[in-house]
Write a protein that binds this ligand. Structure first.
Ligand code: PBG
Length: 323
């Protein structure tokens, strides 16, 4: 067993043997590309801290989706920036909202592209929190009612899967029963199950104009110190009917991805969030890190940890390399 009988370097000796014993692979099938949709026509406004990503009006998003589908990427996840925000986030669940219109336009032009929507209120509330505020805190059950309305309106518009990202208790079960009651039992739910209260969402909040106007999200998103709690969150979401569970962010929580995949064996998604993207892009722009190598290494670490799916702003770049 020991040296000199065993020489680990033998199989590292050539690209052919390295290829033959490679354990993990990044595949275009694993990728989900996030997109930000805003009002207007012909709008394509770059997000400063996320080079190559834009707020796009529906017509521009439709074009982007065609390109994404042509690259072989199976799915997009949509985030909406509404015209108007109010205390109860009404733009999130009205049938002619920005996301509802984007869903129908995209499904009309690229029917085979799998369209997922983020279900949350923070982009639509004037206070920027992920739900209805009562006594200075987000009220769980009232918020769940609105998330159910939001999910139903997305599904009526033709979405393929909903992804609740609010971290209210009981929302997966409530959305599941409402969908089932209305004849949408074939629509899967990807739950943001272990969503941490993370500093890595900063660039997204600029992109989605959704920073909380007071306080923070610690009363609903998870404490970064906790791992066992993530297992409980995931178990609850699976019991409530989640088809795919998500861990977010990805890189600082690779241990959680690993534990969830080992313990539950269900489809696992990981969100390589805006701040993870921004810090790498900044280092690439400075010439401090090699873009192709580091990007692939980072995404591979997420796969190796156990993720089946990766939501990443690098999706297009990776797909181009994989072709
Ligand atoms: C909405 C939502 C957020 C992200 C995804 N869905 C922001 C937040 O919780 O503040 C972050 C994604 C990213 O940073 O790329 N609740």
């Amino acid at each position: 067993m020991n040296f000199p009988i065993t020489r680990m370097r033998r199989l590292r000796g050539s690209e052919t043997t390295r290829r033959m014993v490679r354990e993990n692979h990044l595949r275009v099938d694993d990728l989900i590309m996030p997109l930000f949709v805003c009002p207007g026509k012909g709008v394509k406004k770059e997000i400063g801290s996320m080079p190559g990503n834009h707020q796009m009006s529906i017509d521009v998003a439709v074009e982007a989706c065609r390109e994404i589908a042509d690259l072989g990427i199976p799915a997009v996840i949509l985030f909406g920036i509404p015209d108007h925000k109010d205390a109860r986030g009404s733009g999130a669940y009205c049938d002619d909202g920005i996301i509802q219109r984007a869903i129908s336009a995209i499904k009309e032009h690229t029917p085979d592209l799998f369209v997922i929507t983020d279900v949350c209120l923070c982009e639509y509330t004037d206070h920027g929190h992920c739900g209805v505020i009562v006594d200075n805190d987000v009220h769980n059950d009232e918020t769940v009612d609105l998330l159910v309305e939001e999910s139903l309106s997305h599904v009526r518009a033709g979405v393929d899967m909903v992804a609740p990202s609010d971290m209210m208790d009981g929302r997966v079960g409530a959305i599941r029963s409402a969908l089932d009651a209305q004849g949408f039992d074939h629509i899967p739910i990807m739950a943001y199950s272990a969503k941490y209260c993370s500093g890595f969402y900063g660039p997204f909040r600029e992109a989605a104009e959704s920073a909380p106007q007071f306080g923070d999200r610690r009363s609903y998103q998870m404490d970064p110190a906790n791992g066992d709690e993530a297992m409980r969150e995931v178990a609850l979401d699976i019991e409530e009917g989640a088809d795919i569970v998500m861990i977010k962010p990805a890189l600082p929580y690779l241990d959680i991805i690993y534990r969830v995949k080992s313990e539950f064996g269900v489809p696992v998604a990981a969100y390589n969030v805006s701040g993870e993207f921004a810090m790498l892009k900044a280092a690439f722009a400075n010439g401090w890190l090699d873009e192709d190598r580091v990007r692939d290494e980072v995404l591979m670490s997420i796969k190796r940890a156990g993720a089946d799916l990766i939501l990443t702003y690098f999706a297009r770049d990776i797909a181009r390399v994989l072709r």
